[in-house]
Structure formats: C-alpha cells, structure tokens
Design a protein around this ligand. Structure first.
Ligand code: NAD
Length: 331
C-alpha cells in the first residue's frame, strides 16, 4: 500500500520507516499537503499529514478524485482538517490521540521553569563568561497558584507535576473529573475565578470555536497583574495582539509559548538568514520575558515511536477493512 506522507522531517521518516509494517510503501515529502500540492497523492490509497497541512474542502475534494480514502493525522489535534468536507467526500480521518501526554506536559513545565528562573538567559551569559546574576531573579513555584485550563490527558499530568512542586492547582474544564481532582488535590473552579486567582495559567485545551482567542484583551484584564502564561496547545488560543499589549503594560509578567497563532510556514523550518516578515512574532521575540519554542513539546523518542505505531497500524487495518484502533477515528 502506497502512503504519501507530508511535512516530514528526518525524525518522522526514521520512525515511520522502521515501524513494524513493512508492507507500507511510504512516499515521504518535505512540503506540506494543501490544495496546491495534493496532486502528489496520485496513486496513493492514504495520506499521512501533520498539524500545519491544509486539509480543507478543495484539498479533500481533490484527494477524493485521486481515490484517497484515508487521512491519517500523525498528531492529536485535527483542527486543520475540514471534517464536514471529509465526510461528504467519504474520506475517513484518524489521528493519534495520545502519543505522549507526558512529553507535552513535561515541556510545558520545562518552559515555565526556564522562563521563571531565566535559565535560557543564564546559559547564554555563562558561555560568554558573564557570571553576573543581575536580572535573573525568579520566584519560588512552591506555594504559588497555577490555573490549568483543560484537564484532559495533558492538563492532568501538568497539574500533577505542579502539585509535586507544592503548588496550589486550580482547574477549569467543562467536563470535570471530581474523583481525579480529589485524589490529586486539584480544585475545579469557573474560568473567571481561575483567571483572577492564578499566578501562572497553562493552556491544555483543543482549538475549538469556543476556545479560539481564549486569551484576549477581556480575559487578560481578568488575570492577576504579573501573571505568567504558558501555551503548549494551539497558537490560536491566544490573541497575539492582546498578548503583546498585556506584556507592554506589565499586566502579563511572562509568556512561554510552544505554539504561535501564525506559526504555519514559520515553525519547524530554518529561517535564520532571512528577514522575519511576521512583525508580531518579531515583537514577541524582543521581550526579555517571552520564551518561544517551535512546536516541539511532543518531540520525544517515546512520542515518535507511538505516532509511528498507531499511524501504521491504522493504515494497515484500513487497508484490510478492519476497525481502526479505538478512539483514533475523528468526525
Ligand atoms: P484531551 O482531549 O485529552 O483534553 C482536552 C481537554 O480540554 C478535555 O478535558 C476537554 O473537556 C477540555 N476542554 C474542551 N473545551 C474546553 C474549554 N472551553 N475550556 C476548558 N477546557 C476545555 O487533549 P490533550 O491530549 O490533553 O491535548 C490538549 C491539546 O494539546 C491538544 O488539543 C493539542 O492542541 C495540544 N497538543 C500540543 C502538542 C505540542 O507538541 N505542542 C502535542 C499534542 C497536543
């Protein structure tokens, strides 16, 4: 079975090519899947895509014309797939719902520790033989209040790590798990209370109509002055313009991002040597209290192995007309 794989990097190719299903003929592409590139799926029964591929209605219509019946997302999120269009074209969409929630939660907390204790700045200083500590003052996490927005697989682990640091954990999720919260010493509150009481707010919700620009001027104004915001979920959860205003006014004390509103075409690629065209990203990079990584929270050996295992098993099952792995089909 031939499968076109888009937006691939060496680490994707290494893990997929060595997955146990030798019967899959992977056609790896470095470019992204979109209506402009979809013709490269000709002759393939399935395509495998990632978070920045544009699997919109025109792309899906063309995939259907080419006889592609399966879009296998090698990500948990699938907001870049037009599910209604996929359904009307008779294309099945699957994903990898939980390749390593630990990887993402650990990265979120890693970002928080780095930003708060300014480890990234200290690292650079020491390499220049600048052993001064001026400007490197952080705060103890123990005793602080963290607000976890979204207590699904990743949010729960983030909350548990924070409890391990001796933090008070508030959480907001429309689907509360009272048993888990009691066991872990987490308190569910409504969103405005979480915003008003948290020293740190970490986002672990999917991008949905209701969560688009969850962090915007109005919600930033409800937060504690000097709040630290961590986002490892999706860039469009935050209104970047409002975030910049919040940083400039001091209402926001620090921001750690693994995702960015306009990351498509920028993140995952080497643009050093080019002039950065995105003025808001350039402004964000100019703040000393902003730390950005390039959508790498998932990037552990364990997660890549699991993505390859689930993706190739689903493709094999689909080809044989068997049911997909439980919980992986979307739409
Ligand atoms: P999940 O589906 O297990 O949990 C999401 C939780 O969000 C659910 O409990 C849901 O009830 C809750 N939720 C939905 N709407 C909400 C709202 N309006 N307010 C508060 N909570 C709401 O998902 P997960 O595996 O924990 O992943 C969370 C997100 O992390 C994904 O959607 C994805 O966007 C992101 N992610 C990022 C990376 C990365 O590399 N940076 C990797 C994987 C996942």
């Amino acid at each position: 079975m031939i499968v076109a794989v888009y937006d691939t990097k060496p680490y994707d190719r290494r893990h997929l090519a060595t997955s146990e299903h030798a019967d899959i003929d992977w056609r790896f592409h470095e470019f992204r899947l979109s209506a402009d590139t979809v013709s490269t799926a000709e002759g393939c029964a399935a395509v495998c895509a990632f978070v920045n591929d544009e699997i919109d209605a025109p792309c899906l219509e063309r995939l259907s014309d080419l006889g592609v019946k399966l879009v296998a997302m090698r990500s948990a999120g699938f907001n870049n797939v037009d599910l209604d269009a996929a359904k009307s074209q008779g294309i099945t969409v699957c994903r990898v719902p939980a390749y390593s929630p630990n990887a993402v939660a650990e990265h979120a907390i890693g970002l928080l520790l780095t930003l708060n204790r300014k480890i990234h700045r200290a690292y650079n200083r020491v390499r220049e033989q600048n052993f001064s500590l001026n400007g490197l003052v952080g705060f103890d996490l123990a005793g602080r209040t963290v607000g976890v927005v979204g207590t699904g697989k990743i949010g729960r682990i983030a909350a548990q790590i924070c409890r391990g640091f001796g933090m008070n954990v508030l959480a907001y999720d429309p689907h509360e798990d009272a048993v888990w919260a009691k066991e872990r010493g987490v308190e569910y509150v409504r969103l405005p209370e979480l915003l008003g009481k948290s020293d740190i707010i970490t986002l672990h919700v999917p991008l949905l109509l209701e969560t688009y620009h969850l962090v915007k001027a109005k919600t930033i104004a409800q937060m504690k002055r000097g709040v630290t915001i961590v986002n490892t979920s999706r860039g469009k959860l935050i209104d970047t313009g409002a975030l910049i205003e919040g940083l400039k006014s001091g209402q926001i004390g620090g921001v750690a991002l693994d995702v960015y509103e306009e990351e498509e075409g920028v993140f995952f690629e080497d643009h050093s040597g080019e002039v950065l065209q995105d003025d808001e990203l350039a402004r964000l990079l100019s703040f000393p209290n902003v730390l950005i990584t390039s959508h790498q929270a998932f990037l552990t050996e364990e997660a890549l192995n699991e993505i390859a295992r689930v993706t190739s098993e689903n493709i094999r099952r689909f080809a044989k007309g068997e049911a997909l792995l439980e919980g992986t089909k979307v739409g």
